[in-house]
Design a protein around this ligand. Structure first.
Ligand SMILES: Cc1ncc(COP(=O)(O)O)c(C=O)c1O
Length: 381
């Protein structure tokens, strides 16, 4: 009997396609459609009054939902339009006068470097730690790069192009021992692994709902460790970062001691509705079931690919990897198109075709994807 994915009815796309591109964008769950319909109804029927009757509560409930996923407290969460803006807020709050360097890995997502490179003209230095295999970065390499000039380390919890998991708790200990702070880009991990942000010891952690949280584009979050918020003064901010935005005091800044000081302006409300729907689905499925399905399905891809002589550029051990499997191909764009023609939806990154199954996928879909990839590789398309 085949391994049937769970909560498959939530995803109408599975009726038509073998959808294996969830680390890019999980398809819309039915309940997100319903939540967006509800948002539209409120906007239409209540107009501006919806802010006070519903939407402010919805935004606070979303902060609480994010906090629950992370094991954080609600006032350690700032809503953000994206991970890039979350990183900009943190970058703007750090004092670089005594420590002028930020450490980033050379396999990190581009925004993790760009946000700091943009400050080089102000004297900030960005030091890139080299990944020896393009898959992961040894902790020793970070330990060597972090010194008394390091203000901040910014790196991924899971590296986006290989799926490799970084031990951010160990990294936090290394950074802190040298007096540096740690900012984790967790876009590719939150919603895929059980994680307790307090236990990890990280200082800042950013993620969003596009991928494993199943809430679509346009909503993200920033966690700021409780003790840090009162000490840091972001310069990238807006009226929603004030203690009481509705005092409408243009002449003074009054920042709360919480992560709210890292918010900007009016958060996007429709995306908050979709985000809460995705998070409610994650709660129902349960993070342990998500992780178990990821290990099983991604291992099926790794084993299938290797048994047909294909090369992977991701950890082969499921414990060291999220549900991302990257298979080497000389022309990944064309391979992605050829796979799409066979009903298999994946994505590419330089040199690789990237597969990312979620809990709703089945073992049969994994087998079909391997067969299609073998054909595409043999045909050199
Ligand atoms: C690891 C990682 N960080 C950051 C981003 C981009 O975040 P945003 O577009 O919200 O700035 C992505 C994704 O697309 C990502 O995979």
């Amino acid at each position: 009997m085949s391994d049937g994915g769970i909560f498959r009815d939530e995803f109408p796309i599975t009726e038509r396609l073998n959808y294996l591109n969830n680390c890019s964008l999980t398809p819309m769950p039915r309940r997100a459609q319903a939540a967006l319909d509800e948002y539209a109804r409120l906007w239409s029927e209540w107009g501006g009054r919806a802010w006070y009757s519903h939407w402010m509560n919805e935004l606070e409930a979303l902060r609480a939902d994010f906090a629950t996923v992370l094991g954080a407290d609600t006032d350690e969460i700032a809503l953000q339009p994206g991970v890039s803006t979350a990183l900009v807020a943190v970058a703007s709050a750090i004092d670089y006068s005594e420590r002028d360097t930020v450490v980033v890995a050379d396999i990190d997502f581009p925004t993790d470097g760009h946000v700091f490179l943009a400050r080089e003209h102000q004297g900030l230095k960005v030091r890139f730690v080299h990944s020896p295999d393009g898959v992961s970065v040894p902790l020793e390499a970070f330990a060597e790069a972090i010194d008394e000039r390091t203000a901040l380390v910014c790196t991924g919890h899971v590296y986006y192009a290989s799926g490799a998991l970084q031990d951010v708790a160990a990294l936090a200990r290394i950074a802190h021992a040298k007096g540096a702070l740690l900012l984790v880009d967790a876009y590719q991990s939150i919603g895929a692994f059980p994680f307790d942000v307090h236990a990890s010891g990280v200082d800042f952690l950013a993620g969003g709902t596009l991928k494993w949280l199943m809430g679509g584009p346009g909503m993200a979050f920033l966690y700021v460790r409780r003790e840090l918020s009162p000490r840091l003064r972001p310069t990238a901010l807006g009226w929603w970062s004030q203690t009481d935005p509705f005092s409408f005091d243009v002449q003074h800044l009054a920042l709360p001691d919480t992560a709210r000081r890292f918010e900007y302006g009016t958060p996007s409300v429709p995306t908050a509705y979709a985000a809460r729907a995705g998070l409610s689905l994650l709660r129902e499925v349960g993070i342990d079931r998500v992780r178990a399905s990821h290990k099983r399905l991604s291992q099926g891809l790794v084993d299938g690919a290797l048994s047909h002589g294909l090369r992977v550029r991701c950890p082969t051990d499921a414990e060291r990897r999220t549900s991302i499997v990257t298979i080497v191909h000389p022309d990944p764009h064309r391979a992605v198109d050829a796979l799409r023609a066979r009903g298999v939806i994946v994505d590419s990154r330089p040199g690789v075709v990237r597969f990312s199954p979620h809990f709703f996928n089945t073992a049969d879909e994994i087998d079909a994807a391997v067969t299609a990839m073998v054909e595409v590789s043999a045909a050199r398309v």
